[in-house]
Design a protein. Structure first.
Lengths: 397, 142
C-alpha cells in the first residue's frame, strides 16, 4: 500500500479508486531483483484482493527442456511463477488476457500491466486502466486500489491526434498485415498521445485490432486509441475527441505505410531459419485461419515454424482439431511464454520472420537476431519455400 | 566554457554528477536497455550502441513495454543503471523502479523533470550536476 500511495502522490492523484480486476506483467522473469520483489511479497503472505490474471512467464512450464533454456535460468523463472501463483492469482500465463474468460467489460476500472493488453482493454473493450508498469500492477491487485488518474477518468480519454487515412484501398484494409504496419506507424507518430484513426473502409476483426494495438504500444507509448465507427468510444469523430479539436492532424498515405512496413523488417537478405507467430498470443480464431493455409503442406526441413499461445487457447484449438494440421505441417507450439521472454531459441537460429509488429520491433534488440515482417500467408509460404518470400501486390497500389 | 542552470521538478530527490546522454526520442528499457552492461540496445533508437551506465540519461519519457520498470530495477541492483534520468514529465515507469529500488536496496535513482524547452537545450557529453532541489547545472566545454 505504501508504494501505491507514494506513486499516487507522485502522479498528483486526488484519491485512490477501487479496481475490480488486475493483470500482472511482473511475471516476466528478467533477473534477481524482480524475483526478490516477488518472493518478498509472497513470503509476507500477500494475496490479491481482486480477480487477477497473470501475464507470460519466463518459461513454458512443461516443455522448456525441448528448447535452449539454461536450467539455472529456468529454475529462477520457475520460482517467480511459483511466487505469483501463491498470491491467489489466476495462472493464465498469457499476454492476451482479454481473450480469456476474464475479459473486462465496458467502463470497468482495472489495473493492467503489459502494453498490448492495456491498449486492447482501453480501446477495444472500453475498460479503464492507466499504462501500468511491472511491480505496480501487483501492488494494485493486492490493495484493490489504484490512483484516480489518467485513463481511469472519462475526461482524459478523448482523442488528441487525428490520423486520416487517405486513399488506402479497402482490399489492403482487409488484409491482416495492414494492421501491424498501421500500428507501428501510428505509435511512432503519436508517442504518448491518444490517436484517433478516421477513414476506415472496413470493420477490422478483433485479432486485427489486437495486432494494431500491439504495434502502436511497441513503437510508441500509446495506451488508448479510437477508431471511428469501430471502437466503443468512437461512434463519431466528434465523440472520439470529446468535442475538442485535435492538436494535430496526420495523413496516412500508401507512401507512409510502405515506409512503416519496411521499418518492421530488420534484415537485408532472404535467409530464413524460423517463422514465429503469436505476439500477442495466438487466439482460437487465429488458429482457425492458419490451419487451412497449412493443409497438405510441409515446412522446409531447414525452417522451424513456431506458434506461441496460451494453454487455454491451445486446448481449445486442439479440441477444434486445428493442431493436427499444424502438426502435419511440422509446426511447434509453445505456451506460457514467447521467444522474447524466454531464452529458448538456439544460437543457430539467426533469421526470423513474423506477422507481428511486436516481435518485429523487439527481436533485434532483445535477441540480437534478424527479423523480417510479412503477412500470415507470407510467413507460411516462406516456411515452405525455405526463404523469405512476400506477396507485394496489395502494397504496390 | 559555458554554464547553464535550469530549475527542474524533483521526482526522486538526489544529488549526482555525470556526463549527459541525450535523445529527443522516447525509449523502452525492455528491448532497449541491456541491464547487464548499460548498453542501449534498441537498434532503431538514436542512442543504439551507447552505454548509459553512470551517465545522466536524458530522454523525454518511456515508450512500449510495461517491463521497462523491471529492467531498470535490475540495472540499479547490478550497478549498471544511469546515475540519474532527466525527463520532460513524471514518468511513472522510471519513478516506480526508483521507489522499489529504495524499498528493496536503499538505492533510489534520482529523477528530475524539465520543461520541454529546457530539456531541448541539453546535449550529449554536457557535464551535468543535479542538485537536491532539482536544479540542473550544465557545464559545457565548447
Amino acid at each position: 500500500m505504501s508504494i501505491v500511495a507514494r506513486m499516487a502522490e507522485m502522479s498528483d492523484a486526488k484519491e485512490l479508486l477501487d479496481i475490480t480486476g488486475a493483470h500482472i506483467d511482473s511475471t516476466v522473469y528478467i533477473g534477481e531483483a524482480g524475483l526478490e520483489f516477488a518472493e518478498r511479497l509472497a513470503s509476507l503472505g500477500a494475496k490479491v484482493a481482486v480477480p487477477t490474471t497473470l501475464n507470460v512467464s519466463g518459461l513454458d512450464e512443461h516443455h522448456w527442456q525441448e528448447w535452449s533454456v539454461p536450467s539455472e535460468w529456468a529454475r529462477q523463472a520457475y520460482r517467480q511463477m511459483v511466487a505469483y501463483r501463491s498470491m491467489g492469482t489466476i495462472p493464465t500465463w498469457t499476454c492476451a488476457p482479454y481473450q480469456t474468460e476474464m475479459r473486462p467489460s465496458f467502463g470497468q476500472q482495472i489495473a493492467w500491466g503489459e502494453s498490448n493488453a492495456i491498449i486492447f482493454a482501453n480501446s477495444v473493450l472500453g475498460a479503464r486502466t492507466e499504462r501500468y508498469p511491472d511491480l505496480f500492477d501487483i501492488c494494485c491487485a493486492i490493495t484493490g486500489r489504484a490512483p484516480a488518474i489518467g485513463l481511469h477518468l472519462p475526461e482524459n480519454r478523448g482523442g488528441e491526434i487525428l490520423f486520416q487515412l487517405i486513399d488506402i484501398p479497402a482490399a489492403l484494409q482487409e488484409s491482416d498485415d495492414f494492421y501491424p504496419v498501421l500500428g507501428n506507424l501510428i505509435g511512432k507518430a503519436a508517442l504518448d498521445n491518444i490517436p484517433v484513426i478516421d477513414g476506415m473502409a472496413v470493420t477490422p476483426d478483433e485479432d486485427q485490432l489486437k495486432a494494431f494495438g500491439a504495434g502502436a504500444a511497441s513503437s510508441g507509448g500509446v495506451s488508448l486509441f479510437h477508431m471511428v465507427g469501430v471502437t466503443p468510444e468512437a461512434r463519431t469523430l466528434e465523440v472520439a475527441f470529446l468535442g475538442k479539436q485535435p492538436i494535430q492532424t496526420i495523413e496516412v498515405t500508401m507512401n507512409t505505410l510502405r515506409a512503416s512496413r519496411r521499418e518492421l523488417t530488420h534484415t537485408d537478405d532472404n535467409q530464413l531459419d524460423m517463422v514465429v507467430l503469436g505476439s500477442p498470443h495466438f487466439s482460437l480464431a487465429e488458429f482457425k485461419r492458419l490451419a487451412p493455409m497449412l493443409k497438405g503442406k510441409r515446412r522446409h526441413p531447414d525452417v522451424k515454424f513456431l506458434v506461441t499461445s496460451s494453454r487455454a487457447m491451445t486446448q481449445l484449438a486442439q479440441k477444434a482439431g486445428f493442431l493436427e494440421t499444424l502438426d502435419s505441417f511440422g509446426a511447434q507450439i509453445t505456451v506460457d511464454t514467447c521467444i522474447l521472454t524466454s531464452p529458448m531459441l538456439p544460437a543457430e537460429i539467426q533469421n526470423l520472420m513474423t506477422n507481428s509488429a511486436k516481435f518485429a520491433y523487439y527481436t533485434p534488440g532483445l535477441l540480437g537476431k534478424k527479423i523480417a515482417f510479412g503477412s500470415l500467408e507470407d510467413c507460411v509460404n516462406s516456411a515452405v519455400a525455405g526463404k523469405i518470400v512476400r506477396d507485394e501486390t496489395l502494397w504496390q497500389i | 566554457m559555458a554554464d547553464l542552470a535550469f530549475q527542474g521538478r524533483v521526482i526522486i530527490r538526489g544529488q549526482v554528477f555525470g556526463a549527459a546522454l541525450v535523445s529527443p526520442e522516447p525509449l523502452s528499457f525492455w528491448g532497449g536497455y541491456d541491464w547487464r552492461t548499460g548498453e542501449i540496445i534498441d537498434r532503431r533508437h538514436t542512442l543504439s550502441g551507447s552505454n548509459a551506465k553512470d551517465k545522466i540519461l536524458v530522454i523525454p519519457f518511456t515508450r512500449g513495454s510495461s517491463t521497462t520498470t523491471a529492467v531498470l530495477l535490475e540495472a540499479i541492483r547490478a550497478r549498471t543503471a544511469p546515475a540519474a534520468i532527466i525527463t520532460t514529465d513524471t514518468d511513472f515507469f522510471f519513478a516506480l523502479a526508483s521507489v522499489v529500488a529504495e524499498e528493496l536496496y536503499g538505492l533510489p535513482l534520482p529523477l528530475v523533470a524539465l520543461t520541454a524547452s529546457d530539456f531541448a537545450k541539453l546535449h550529449t557529453d554536457d557535464e551535468i550536476h543535479i542538485l537536491e532541489d532539482g536544479k540542473v547545472i550544465v557545464h559545457r566545454t565548447e
